[in-house]
Design a protein. Structure first.
Length: 151
């Protein structure tokens, strides 16, 4: 039996939460949901399993889903660990996707704002017979974003 659930947020652990949040606001239209979050203490340490944990960050409302829609939670952990480069075929969290009017224009804006291309812009026909133009890019910290536009 499935529990009753509602999607709430996706978390990105950032090297610099302010800079990464600013990227998602400027480039993809995410909106801050105040207040900023700053957490420390024994409950945080117990919940995260990280001795001496300190979290700082923000929630950003994802575009297109209204004021009650899910958020992108961007936190910087102290102490932090070095990250391995994200790969589209690596097990675990793969990417976050945004539907855009023009994949090429959106890709160019991501690149101008410090992101990087992962692959090329392509168009394919889905199993349902719909055409989608898409590409993978990264944000400035290397997290993978899919940009997509449906015909």
């Amino acid at each position: 039996m499935a529990i009753e659930a509602k999607y709430a947020h996706t978390n990105i652990v950032a090297r610099d939460w302010r800079a990464l949040a600013s990227f998602y606001e400027r480039v993809l239209g995410c909106v801050p949901v105040p207040p900023e979050r700053h957490y420390t203490g024994t409950a945080l340490e117990a919940g995260t399993g990280v001795p001496g944990a300190k979290l700082d960050g923000v929630h950003l409302r994802l575009p297109g889903l209204g004021d009650a829609g899910p958020t992108l939670e961007i936190y910087t952990y102290t102490p932090g660990l070095p990250g391995a480069p994200a790969r589209v075929n690596q097990p675990g969290f793969g990417h976050i996707a945004f539907e855009v009017a023009s994949v090429g224009e959106a890709q160019a804006e991501v690149l101008r704002e410090g992101g990087a291309a992962v692959g090329e812009v392509v168009t394919l026909t889905t199993a349902a017979g719909r055409q989608v133009t898409w590409c993978y890019v990264t944000d400035p910290e290397g997290n993978i974003i899919e940009l997509q536009s449906w015909a």
